[in-house]
Design a protein around this ligand. Structure first.
Ligand code: PHE
Length: 464
């Protein structure tokens, strides 16, 4: 029966009778989790955790995820499903007349471009590393050598640009197939593979002699390194991780099925995403410690330390290739959702066909993204506020645009939309008996989330 329904709905979409969307409960989870899981788990989470004292940071990150990230994720999916439109139109349609909430959606489209600008570059390095490590290119246990190999890639303008374009073309090609046949079916295939590879690498890392120290680093808190900036960074990461604060979850929510239990779906995705982050930490830190490397290597951890770590272990080359395939898979699901925000807007709002909207977005991104791609070469000396384009896009999105976007979404839902509409949307018009979940969500999104965000944003600004 379920299969029959699924087929019927795919058919209706193909015939243009119905707005494209996710066709099954599993599809919703795969696509949403595919969006959440990304370079955030494999590139950002381990390096930020390494720089901010390990377990202590993880505790603060966990609280941020629960009290800030998750409520905003539920809010966005709820709004998207209610309006069934792109992010900008959703906020415009659902807000009272003359209130310019659509600007939050517009800021989301901007954020999607800025994130994609640097994200596609890192994803480009990941794909380059799959091929280079498969060819045996990084087989050295000496970080000076692996660092040189990384430098050769990033300071070469042509290589940086080409890998970024490869990534953009690949994502564009999947998106052109549409929401159900492109995004949903791709993520449904990729997510299980991601878990299998991740677990295999964890087993390898944990069975190394001296792995215990790395685990301790991940699990034993040291609060000495925690400052207000750490809290801001944790909140920024929570938003980035859950793809919230910028319209992605509004856009994906607009493809959710009517019967989807939104709070349950969001919670499952949040937990699975957390699991992937922790597993990525377990895949990386025990091995880093076992071979005597430093955990606080920052963003270069992935491209300089990790290859040296893998080269130090038996069958290291196989695991290195697997590791970068894993990172590539993770990045793919996330990029599909990032690009879908402008594509949906251009397609539906501006009434331009989906393939043309996709090509336009990809071309625009190749232009904006080139400033990030060339940040280590041609444009290395061009700085705004002391940051290269790459760092500027990364910093402003995570620490300003997403938290401010999330704050406004929480205020909109808690104070403008109100309890009645929330209850109707989250109980699926009374079908789900989840009153206590709805009440808890309401109190958190109305008071706790905005208060915490305002506090941390003000502190963060004062520190700057
Ligand atoms: N959540 C993705 C990651 O962790 C990044 C992302 C941010 C995707 C915002 C969509 C929107 O890599």
């Amino acid at each position: 029966m379920a299969v029959k329904q699924e087929l019927e709905s795919v058919e209706a979409i193909q015939q243009g009778k119905k707005r494209d969307g996710f066709t099954s409960a599993i599809g919703v989870i795969a696509a949403t989790l595919g969006s959440a899981v990304g370079l955030g788990n494999i590139w950002k989470f381990p390096s930020i955790t390494g720089q901010n004292g390990g377990a202590a940071f993880i505790i603060i990150y966990l609280l941020s995820t629960l009290l800030v990230g998750l409520p905003v994720m539920i809010s966005e999916q709820m709004l998207g499903r209610k309006a069934r439109k792109d992010a900008i139109s959703t906020l415009r349609d659902l807000s009272p007349k003359k209130q310019p909430w659509w600007l939050v959606g517009a800021a989301g489209v901007l954020a999607a471009f800025l994130i994609m600008a640097f994200y596609t570059e890192v994803a480009g390095w990941v794909f380059a590393y799959i091929f280079k490590s498969a060819a045996g290119g990084f087989l050295s246990t000496d970080p000076a050598v692996t660092s040189q190999a990384f430098m050769n890639l990033v300071v070469n303008p042509m290589q940086s640009l080409i890998w970024q374009w490869v990534v953009l073309v690949m994502i564009g090609a999947i998106l052109m197939l549409g929401v159900s046949k492109g995004i949903e079916s791709t993520t449904k295939k990729l997510m299980p593979v991601l878990f299998v590879i991740l677990v295999a690498i964890c087993v390898r890392s944990l069975t190394l002699e001296g792995a215990g120290e790395g685990l301790r680093f991940l699990l034993q808190p040291d609060f000495a390194k925690v400052t207000w900036t750490t809290v801001l960074v944790a909140m920024g990461l929570a938003f980035f991780k859950l793809s919230t604060g910028m319209g992605t979850m509004i856009t994906y929510g607009s493809y959710f099925r009517d019967e989807q239990d939104i709070p349950a779906t969001a919670t499952k995705v949040m937990l699975a995403d957390l699991l992937v982050s922790m597993l990525a930490g377990i895949a990386i830190f025990p091995a880093v410690f076992a071979f005597g490397f430093e955990p606080d290597a920052g963003p270069s951890l992935l491209f300089i330390t990790i290859p040296a770590v893998f080269a130090s272990m038996p069958f290291g080359n196989v695991f290195m290739v697997l590791f970068f395939i894993l990172a590539g898979i993770a990045a793919t699901g996330a990029m599909l959702s990032l690009l879908e925000v402008p594509v949906a807007f251009i397609n539906e709002k501006l009434n331009i066909s989906r393939p043309v909207a996709t090509v336009a977005t990809v071309v625009l991104l190749a232009v904006i993204g080139s400033t990030a791609a060339l940040s280590n070469s041609t444009l290395a000396e061009v700085k705004l506020f002391g940051l290269t384009f790459f760092d500027l896009f990364d910093y402003t999105t995570s620490n300003i645009l997403l938290p401010v976007g999330g704050l406004l979404i929480a205020i909109f839902v808690g104070w403008v939309w109100g309890k009645e509409k929330i209850t109707d949307a989250l109980t699926n018009a009374g079908v789900l008996k989840n009153e206590w979940v709805v009440n808890g969500f309401y109190v958190i999104v109305k008071f706790v989330t905005p208060l915490l965000l305002i506090l941390v944003l003000l502190r963060g600004l004062a520190i700057l």
